[in-house]
Design a protein around this ligand. Sequence first.
Ligand code: 2M8
Length: 467
Amino acid sequence: MDLNNYRSDLPEKLAVTMAARAAHVLGLNSDGDVVKPARGLYPHQWSWDTAFIAIGLSALDVDLACRNLDALFTGQWRNGMVPHIVFDPDAKGYFPGPDRWACADVSGEAPATPLTSGICQPPVHAIAALHTVRAATRRDNSTASAAIRWAETFLPKLLSWHRFLVRERTDASTGLVRIFHGWESGMDNSPRFDGPYSRVRPGPDLPPYERRDLKYVTDAGQRPTNQEYDSYLWLVEEAKHAGYDQQVLSRSSSFNVGDVFFTALFAAANDDLAELADLVRAPEVAEARGYAERARAAVAARTGPSGLATDIDLRTGEDLEAGTIAGFAPLIAGQLSAHEVDGMVKLLQGICWAGHPGFKWALPPSTSPCSAHFRARSYWRGPVWPVTNWLLTWALGRAGAEQAAADLRRTALEQVVVAGGLAEYYEPYTGEVLGTVNHSWTAAVVVDWLCADDWPRPASMTRRITG
Ligand code: 2M8
């Protein structure tokens, strides 16, 4: 078969090969139980990556999925925050590392071990936990009951994390989750944050530093700029200066954004937390439902006539209209009417998103090609990310738009197969692989997509990852 002309559904043999390859990448990126995002560029455990990785692993090895989530939560702070990085003391070469964050030195909330960063990332963990438990219940009885027992132990940790987001991070006036760093959104250099970053002024006392990311991605144009890195590092200094105190930061941080996508994921995660609590007969079902409703209402209040939602700069009150994938927050938040879902699907498939006539694949990029901020090769400013495709397929399926979900999933898989690499992100016009080429969350969503279709799963896939 000529893969360059490949356009139709994956034949079974190719699907199995692809799934095995994705499982192999997860194995390549693991140290013991813990699957890191990528060798070299991201050698520690990342927060929302771990959630997506667990989603993929749950199709291969439920227990390993649980162990990855547990490993991440060993870094949970006393106030409930799940840090965006849990550092591996043996892995070097990532900047900023634990010394630069100095969390345990300046905050009594941070654990002394493991060492962590001092900010968080979107709360996909409850979604991953429920996904994992559901995968287990489709297996044999002993896998199912082990997963339920695990969920009983994991639920209090999830609750403490969600309570942190409600107590420390929910903006009273908008109901949105506030973030103090673009890294917290997971979409680091997205044009969503150009306005807020223009107001971050790195001082002359910014300690010197050396970027390490450019050793692994040699085309600097695919990564954030040096100027952006100065702002990123300056915000770390500000957070340290505030002792990572969330209330102090809400007044002092020069970056303070009400993030619609984070809030939408929080709504969806609370729906799943409620379901998980129900499954293990815990009393917090109503509490989680309440959080979900309030987060969903906050996203709805930021949704314009187009159907897309807009972040807000909480320092200035400015609407952060930038034409990014985060606009699809209402779809992620869930519980839209059939009419609203239909509108979202039309937008998603329209010429300003997946249906852009110049694109190689009908997939939504991180920033709309109709936006003046669109950059085809630059990280979160334009490329297509399999992980956001997964979130959209998941949200569409949940909203009952099964055909749109299936089309998106099929095309996203075809892109990965034809490009020949499980890349971090892809160039929308050419389909070229960008960033790192063996990225775990890409591998994880590929495993989930393939297994969700009940394609055969060879035993070798499980062996490769579990050793
Ligand atoms: C990217 O972010 C990190 C900082 O957290 C980096 O560029 O060094 C983002 O894509 C983020 O969403 C992701 O979690 C992380 C690891 O894959 O990489």
